[in-house]
Structures are given as C-alpha cells and as structure tokens.
Ligand binder design. Structure first.
Ligand code: TRP
Ligand code: ZN
Length: 881
C-alpha cells in the first residue's frame, strides 16, 4: 500500500510522453509468494513531445534488475514509485526484472490470488504494481505475454489476444504464450492462471468471420454461465445492428472471479468479472441480477470499441469511455426489454436509470466530492469511478442523441471511429466528431463537461384564453456559474382537461404530443398557439436532461398528472413528487414531535393509481414504490434520518392497512405460472407481487405475513424467495428469524447467495420498537464464518448494506463510531473498498447538529489514523475541508 502524502494531479498539467513503448514482451514465472516478472520494452522517442527522460512508474515492486540496451544504466534515478533514465538516440530497449507477492495483494489491484488462482486488475493504475512501466492510458503498445506455472494447480493460462504457443516444462510446470494484435494501454492488460472450466460458443459476425466466445469459471459454477453467454451474443448482435461495430478478435473470453473490487473489467479480449455479475440460475439469482448481468456483460463488451479501440488520453477523460459505454448499455437494455415488453418496458428502464442517478449522483454532486463529468483534479483516480463520471456522463451522451437525433448521433459515432481508431483521445475529440458529422456548433454544449453540481430548471406558464396561447418561460440556474448558460434539451407536453396530450404548435409548426425545446440562455420564452383550453404542463419528459426541475404544482395538479400524464416517465415522476412531498411533510411532523396523519388527497391519488388495472405490472410496481431513502434524505434540510425513517414507516403501514384487501388481491393476480423465464412480463408481475407483500407486511397484516410465508416456502425462483423474505424481514413478523435461518440453511455453501442474506439483515429496519438496533446484528455477522473482510462482495453486502442502505439505523453515535473502526480496518486490507465505504459520511454537514458532531468525530478519528491510504485520505480530507 502507498502511504505517501496525497498529491493533487491536475488536468491542465498533461504532457505527452517523451518516450513511448511500441512493444512489450512479458514473462511471468507464477508463484503465489514470489512471482518473477521479466519485461522487455521497445522504446521510441516521441517526436511530438518535449525532450525528457524515460519515466517508469512502480508501486510495491521489488526491482531485481534494470538494463537499458543490455547494460545497467549509470545514472538512473530510482525511488519507490518512479524510475527516470536519460536516454540518447531515438530508440532503446529496456529489460526489467521485478519480484511481486500476489498472495499478499489484498488490495486486489495488480496481480493477486483468489481462491487458488491468479488474476489481474490493472485499471486504473494496477499495472505499475506488476512491473515498472509508463502506466498511463496514452502509452499504447503491442503485448506478447508468456505465462509459466505449475500445471496441476493452474491448468488454464490466459492473457489478451491469441494463443500463439503452449507446452510442457520441467518440474510439472507448463507455459502458454499469448499475443495481442491490437496496441493497447497497460490498464487493459490481463492474465488469469487457475483451475477453470469453460462454456464455449461459436458465432459468425456480420462480416462472416467465425469467432470463439468463452466463459471461464470454477467447474462447479459452469452451469450458471448460460444467461451470461446469451447476453453476450445479444450484445454482439446489437452493436452490429445499432452502431455497425463488429467483434475484432478471433476469440473473446470472460472469466469469473470471486474477489473483485468493482463489477467487471473490459481487458482486451479477456474481460474479468466479479462472479456476482456473471453467474445466474433461477434458484440463485433474482430478476434484478439477471438484468444486471445482461447489462454488465454488454457494457464490458461495448468497451471493446468505446474504450479499447479508442481509449482515453488521460484519466480525466474517463467519462469519454464510461459515460458513453453506460449510455450504450442503457440503450441496449431498453431495446432488449422493449423487444419483449414494448414501450412500457422501455419506460421502466428509463425510470430505473433515473432512480439510480437521483439516489447516487445527485447527492454526490451536492457534497464535498462534487466534480464535473470531466474532473479538473484528483488525488486518487480510483475515487473518480463515480456516479458522476458514469451515470451523469451517460446522461450527457443521451442529451447529444436527443439533440442530434438517433441518425445524427450515429453519424457522429461513425466519424469518431473513422478519425480516432487506435488512438488515445479526449472528450473534446468526441464532441467535435458529433459536431462535425452534423454540421452543428456544440461549443456551448461542452460546458456540461466542466460544470459540477446539478443544474436547476424552473418553469412558469401563462395561458391566455382569448388569444388561445400558452406562454412558457424556462429558466436555468447552476450554483456559481450564473453567466454561462448550459444548452439544455427540455422535452415538454401540454395536457388537456381530459388528460390527453394537446397538439403543440410553435412558430406555425405542429407536433402531436411532445416537443423538444432547446434552452440555451439563463431564461427563455416560447409561445404555443392554438391552445384551445387551459393546459397542464408536463415538463422534462423522459427526463431529457440531468437537472432538478423545480415545479410549483399543487396537490391536485400532481394527482392529475399521476393519473394522466401521457409520458410514462413523467407519470411516474408525478407520483414520486407527490410521495416525496407527503413523506417529507410527515418527517417534519415527526421531527417536531407532532402526530402523523397521511394527507387524504395523497391517499386518494395513491388509491386511484393502485386501482388502475390498465397499467403494465412492471410500471405499476415502479409507480407504487416510494422514492429511495437516500434520495429523500438528500431533499431534507437538515437531514434527519430518524424522523425520515419514522415517516416512511408510518406511510408504508398506513398505505398497507388502508388498501390491505387490494394488496392481497393484487398479490394473487401477480402469480406467475410455469418455469422461470427472464421476461419483462414475468419480471413485472414478480416485482408488483413482491411490492404488495412489502406493504402488507409493513402494515403488520396477518394475512400478509401468511402470504409471504407461503411464497417463501413455495418459491420457484430467487426473486420470489427473496421478495418474500425481504417483506418478512422488513416487518415485525414473528416469522422473520425462522425464515432467515431457513434461507441460510438452504444456501449455506453458496457464497454469492449468502451476500443477499448478509445485505438483507444489515438493511433491516426496526419495525419492532423493542428490538435491538441493527448494529448489534451487523457486529454479530462480522464474526460469521461466511463473512470475510478481504472479499469486497461481503463488505459491500454487510457494511455497505448498513452504512449506505440503512441510513435510519446507521446514523447514530454508535453507528458512526463503528464506521470509523471499520474504515481503519478496511484501509489496511483494501484501500479502494475502504474509500468506497468511507463515502457514507461525506455529506455530514447537511445533517442535524447532534449527528454532525458524532460524524465529525468519526471522520477525524479516521483522518488521524496511521497508514492511511491516499484513497481514504482524499475522501475524509475533502469531507473535513
Ligand atoms: N472499467 C470498468 C468498467 O466500468 C471499471 C473497473 C473495473 C474498475 N475494475 C476496476 C475501475 C477497478 C477502477 C478500479 O467497466
Ligand atoms: Zn465501464
């Protein structure tokens, strides 16, 4: 682990490399305790850069030897993390021998061991933990890799590209040699050496080439790879059809690993996946897992073009590949869902994505880690794999597609690849391709790349009955950037009294329902003509821009849009807004010690929504679910998690009780017959059925407990089983503990499924006021034999389930002290994981004074602890600054 004092890296300081690497020849003598890495670099002076030394970066490496052109250089400047050598001439060869200890690498960055195998993770700066190298994404080279290992323990030896040789060696060892024909940055290097089995498929690509697809896992998990393989084939087809992009390799491999910091990694031709995002059977994975697996398999595959063929010049450009690739995976999932479930399924996907944005990105953008999608500085790049770079970045790309149209966007993509294939480029290059392909000036649009914070959009409308006009004024506001307006695409509709979309006529042109306005000034006005009646405004349809829309709507208007808005996203959003208003009103009452009473206007609107039989079940489930707790906490000043929790419990109970008969009926209607299918119709029915159980159990309805118990016992798949168990755990049901025990007994040896069991308990609310705080259970579970602090999935399930998913229980002096203790412990094991958990307190200044005090103490404890990694130091440092 690095413990040097954190340094700030700035985007403005970028300098091209003085020496580039054209070819890398790597040789690994694999051994868990001491692996020897021999590296030969073919170096070339960069004619487009100022003169300078060869710079090699390293982290936790033992340098065994360094030679330049066969000789030990006389005056190399060597520190723990950097080697500088002055070189003559225009070319050179470096031979470097390094020793590393993969079994001790608990940071899971670089080369490490997991369940007896060797795996790598090199993004962002893990390659320098394997060997000395100009470890930055603009250093693109051709790799040849030889792996040598004990054959019995590591029968499978994989690296990027094509297998060009393999054979036996003395002492029971064997070797394999791989060659990657595509130049790539070091962060896309990968190797795997383990005892694995393979699921293979051969397909023919759009140009008629036959390619080999492989998914490698431990033998016992092989039967769980079917869904991932289907997903991969669908992703390959979709990228051919939508973007004309073809798989460029003879073989494409995916490997599952149990210990992994993130979701998955797009190493060229050798994707490595956290097993939770690859392995699924109906009995072990929920519908949500199936959807995530399809999306992440597609995401990593799509990176082959957006990320690998065209990569980032430097890490400030991360959203160039991540925002774009998230956008592509969102579009892929929407198309897959729509193919089977129509436009309603597409809207549900949009709602899911916006839920994530609001719950994770909006708070980030309002806190001490706020940054533009292209940051200006960072201390530790691993801390910038954020919701802003990924999710808001995807929204920025989506706005480009909205502004240019699908065809215009495709033209821009085509030009981007025509210009930049094989290069390491910037976000400006991407936007320039979009602009040039469409003959459009996007200078103003580029401001989205440098603007932190969530912009606010407000609207005011005036209806003139005599003139039959509706005048709409839109205004935008970004904190601290008043004079530089963003270009914001705003989709609007107007609803008539019967709830139907009115035709929209602007400057003589009529559109049937939705109209796209381009707001490019601080304030702007549009006048719609021929408006025969006073309309209701439907603003920001489909969430056409990542902004907070401040709408001054009364309850009646919200109820009206909740029942009628012709844009399904906005219909859902109206319900969310009404719920938010209701919950926050109740929370204010709870904070002030007033009795809680749900406003009848809300109950009536909710009841009408619940009774609407025309709604597709998946949409219905989205519309009836309350906004997420972390999003609501963000909307509350000061944030008072206990009052919010009291309000949420009250509302769930109240709605559960008042509509108990309807929830029971609907739960019955949601039964899915037959074998498990991952199909939007069935998925929607299960989601709605499980939501019914949630409300019923929250309300303490005995019939609800019985229904949940029955579903739990008879479940034919994990979605039904976990849905029922979740409803019981999130209630005062007497069956809670026996159901948890039964679940544990059933899945005692299934580590992936046990993560769900940990997370459910860590996230449990206290429905029974006499029960012990959830912290007591979390502490117990830390000592459970299936828990391991070295396994990120376990940490995310148990500690993430408590710190991030259970604010009502976590935020207390005891919770905060526990957080400090755990962050210090995790910091010593895995800085990336520790830093992610550390972010749970970054918004401390927005909480009530009493909570601020214990949060501050906890942050200071961590900040003062010894051996703090740059990862955690940056998070707590920025929080306290
Ligand atoms: N590039 C990966 C993705 O988004 C992200 C990733 C995987 C990652 N593992 C990582 C980033 C480790 C930082 C560190 O698909
Ligand atoms: Zn990605």
């Amino acid at each position: 682990m690095r413990t040097d004092t954190p340094q700030t890296i700035r985007r403005a300081d970028y300098q091209p490399l003085a020496w580039t690497v054209t070819d890398v020849d790597l040789h690994f003598a694999l051994d868990p305790a001491a692996t020897l890495v021999r590296s030969r670099l073919t170096l070339k002076r960069n004619p487009r850069a100022p003169a300078g030394p060869l710079v090699l970066l390293g982290d936790e490496l033992e340098l065994v030897s360094l030679q330049i052109d066969g000789r030990t250089p006389a005056a190399a400047r060597i520190t723990d993390t950097r080697i500088e050598v002055d070189l003559d001439g225009d070319t050179a060869t470096a031979d470097i021998v390094t020793r590393i200890a993969p079994a001790k690498n608990t940071a899971l960055s670089g080369l490490y061991t997991s369940r007896g195998g060797f795996f790598t993770q090199c993004e962002a700066e893990g390659f320098r933990r394997i060997t000395w190298f100009p470890d930055r994404p603009d250093a693109m080279a051709r790799y040849t890799v030889t792996l040598e290992a004990d054959k019995a323990s590591y029968p499978v030896l994989l690296s990027n590209g094509n297998l060009v040789g393999h054979g036996e060696l003395a002492d029971g060892r064997h070797f394999a040699r791989w060659q990657d024909p595509f130049p790539k940055p070091s962060y896309l290097f990968a190797l795997v050496a383990a005892d694995l089995a393979v699921n293979e498929r051969r397909i023919t690509t759009m140009s008629g080439r036959e390619v080999l697809l492989q998914i490698w896992t431990e033998t016992a998990a092989l039967e769980r790879t079917g869904h991932a393989m289907e997903s991969l084939v669908r992703a390959i087809r979709w990228d051919e059809e939508r973007f004309g992009l073809e798989l460029d390799l003879e073989r494409f491999m995916i490997v599952a690993v149990s210990d992994f910091n993130m979701g998955a990694m797009e190493n060229k031709g050798l994707n490595i996946f956290n097993s939770k995002l690859l392995l699924a059977t109906p009995d072990t994975a929920t519908d949500v897992d199936y959807e995530s697996i399809e999306a992440v398999v597609a995401h990593e595959y799509f990176h082959n073009w957006t990320g690998n063929r065209v990569t980032c010049r430097d890490w400030f450009q991360l959203t160039l590949k991540e925002g774009l690739t998230v956008f592509r995976d969102q579009e892929f999932t929407a198309d897959m869902l729509a193919a089977e479930g129509g436009d309603s399924a597409r809207a549900v996907k949009r709602i899911d994505d916006v839920r994530v944005l609001r719950a994770a990105q909006f708070p980030e953008d309002a806190g001490p880690m706020a940054h533009p999608i292209r940051p200006d500085s960072y201390q530790e790049i691993n801390n910038f794999y954020t919701a802003t770079v990924y999710e808001k970045g995807a929204e920025v790309i989506r706005m480009l597609q909205t502004l240019l149209g699908r065809d215009g966007f495709r033209k821009g993509m085509d030009l981007y690849f025509a210009r930049h294939d094989g290069q390491a480029v910037t976000c400006d290059d991407f936007v320039a391709a979009m602009a040039d392909a469409n003959g459009r000036d996007l200078t103003q649009f580029l401001r989205w790349y440098s603007r932190p914070g969530t912009p606010r959009l407000s609207a005011s409308g005036r209806y003139d009955a005599a003139a039959q006009t509706y005048t709409l004024t839109l205004a935008q506001r970004s904190a601290g950037a008043a004079d530089e307006a963003l270009l914001i695409p705003v989709a609007v509709g107007l609803l008539g009294a019967d709830g139907r979309d009115l035709p929209l006529t602007l400057a003589g042109a009529t559109a049937p329902g939705t109209r796209l306005l381009e707001l490019d000034a601080a304030e702007q006005t549009w006048t719609f003509t021929g408006v025969a009646e006073r309309p209701v405004l439907s603003l920001l349809r489909g969430f056409s821009a990542p902004v907070i829309a401040d709408l001054d709507e009364d309850d009646a208007t919200l109820a009206f849009r909740m029942a009628h808005d012709g844009d399904p996203f906005n219909r859902w959003d109206a319900a969310q807004r009404f719920m938010e208003r209701t919950v926050l009103g109740l929370a204010a009452d709870a904070a002030a010690g007033r009795p809680l009473a749900t406003p009848e206007a809300f109950v009536a609107a909710f009841g009408a929504l619940l009774a609407d039989d025309a709604l597709d079940p998946a949409f219905h489930a989205q519309a009836l679910a309350l906004p997420g707790e972390s999003y609501l906490l963000e909307r509350m000043t000061p944030a008072d998690p206990a009052a919010l929790r009291t309000a949420l419990m009250h509302l769930l109970r109240d709605l559960g009780k008042r509509f108990a008969a309807d929830w029971l009926d609907r739960h019955l209607d949601c039964r899915v017959a037959g074998d498990y299918r991952y199909h939007p119709r069935d998925v929607g029915l299960r989601a709605l059925g499980n939501l019914c159980l949630r409300y019923l159990c929250a309300a303490g309805e005995l019939a609800g407990f019985a229904a949940a118990e029955r579903q739990f016992a008879q479940a034919g798949n994990m979605s039904e089983r976990l849905g029922a168990l979740g409803a019981l755990v999130h209630s005062a049901a007497p069956q809670r503990d026996s159901a948890l025990a039964a679940f544990h007994a059933h899945y005692a040896t299934d580590t992936l499924v046990l993560d769900k069991w940990f997370a459910l308990q860590a996230g449990a609310w206290r429905w029974d006021p006499a029960a012990a705080p959830t912290l007591a259970r979390v502490r117990q579970l830390l000592a459970h034999p299936a828990f391991a602090a070295t396994n990120p999935n376990k940490v995310y399930a148990l500690l993430g389930g408590y710190f991030r998913a259970n604010p009502g229980e976590f935020h207390s002096p005891d919770g905060h002290a526990f957080w400090a203790e755990q962050i210090v412990a995790l910091n010593a094991i895995n800085p990336q994981v520790a830093a992610r958990m550390a972010r749970a307190l970054e918004r401390w200044r927005s909480f009530t004074p009493a909570l601020q005090a214990s949060m501050r103490r906890a942050l200071e404890t961590v900040a003062a602890s010894e051996g703090l990694s740059p990862d955690v130091a940056e998070i707590v440092g920025k929080a306290l600054a």
